[in-house]
Design a protein around this ligand. Structure first.
Ligand code: HEM
Length: 270
């Protein structure tokens, strides 16, 4: 009897020691619905995905911000002239560069100190370093001159560190390119076309030899072909001397030198 009682007690102990399942406390789980423990695992999983997405979005934003770099405003840029041991910054076509390592040129008293702390794009090709000449406005320049400014920008890209863009004429105050920058890009395309056309023309109408001295005046001559004044059709390129083959002599863009006969290959110009 005592043996049987002990058996019953042992079974009761075993039964109480057995793990108590959720199902046993909360009742049966309806078919097709996740088990409550599965539900919490799913919630954990979604949590991880959301955190990963947030981290990704932050990294993406930081990456983008790094791409755009810093946006400068004219008043703050004007403080970076190398005075007060601050770095020296210059802007060209709205791109800002740190030119501190060129302090000999751009620092106080340097030959090019007027470029420091501002965008004076036009002066890079006009050489006009007066207050009026130190302007970022290149809209009055010929396409080839705008290309000259862009070549300077390329010089800075290669030689110095770009540190941002300047809000104003070429970038708006969100750092987006403005219509003025698009006009610059259009002028650069035009300059490239002009350049290609000029190269083509030079092949067809090679340049004459020329010399000038006070005693003898000016003279042009051709080793092959006949010297003609050639108007390239471009305002600022004007006219030049071209060596023209006999079959092209009557073309309307050519003019015979007053001092020359039709088939002379040497002409006085003054
Ligand atoms: C439109 C006219 C000119 C402009 C805009 C101009 C601009 C510049 C600039 C920005 C620099 C500094 C380049 C750097 O960061 O390393 C420079 C350097 C220099 N420029 Fe000019 N320049 C002009 C005309 C001239 C002329 C006419 C001469 C000589 C007669 C000249 C001689 C020099 C010399 C010797 C250097 C120093 C080069 C070096 O040390 O690496 N520049 N120029």
């Amino acid at each position: 009897m005592a043996k049987q009682e002990a058996k019953v007690r042992k079974r009761a102990v075993v039964e109480t020691a057995a793990p108590v399942s959720d199902a046993s406390t909360e009742g049966p789980v309806p078919v097709g619905e996740p088990h409550p423990s599965q539900e919490s695992r799913l919630a954990q999983y979604y949590g991880i995905v959301v955190v990963a997405l947030v981290v990704f979005a932050i990294l993406f934003y930081l990456g983008k911000r790094n791409e755009v770099q810093r946006l400068w405003f004219p008043e703050e840029l004007s403080e970076y002239t190398g005075a007060d041991d601050k770095p020296i910054l210059i802007a060209i076509l709205g791109t800002v560069f740190d030119v501190t390592k060129g302090a000999d040129h751009y620092g106080p008293g340097g030959g090019y100190s007027h470029f420091a702390g501002r965008d004076a794009s036009a002066a890079f090709v006009t050489g006009d370093f007066s207050p009026a000449g130190l302007t970022d406005d290149v809209s009055g320049l010929a396409p080839s001159q705008v290309a000259g400014v862009a070549q300077w920008r390329q010089f800075y890209v290669e030689r110095y560190k770009q540190v941002g863009v300047l809000a104003g004429r070429y970038y708006d105050d969100r750092g987006e390119a403005t219509a003025a920058l698009r006009s610059v890009e259009a002028a650069l395309e035009e300059a490239a076309h002009e350049d290609a056309r000029r190269k083509e023309e030079e092949k067809q109408y090679p340049a004459c030899n020329s010399r000038w001295s006070q005693a003898a005046g000016g003279e042009v001559w051709c080793d092959k072909g006949f010297p003609r004044q050639f108007f390239s059709g471009s305002e600022h390129l004007g006219t030049r001397c071209a060596c023209v083959q006999a079959q092209d002599l009557d073309r309307p863009d050519l003019r015979q030198y007053a001092s020359c006969e039709k088939y002379d290959n040497r002409c006085k110009t003054s």
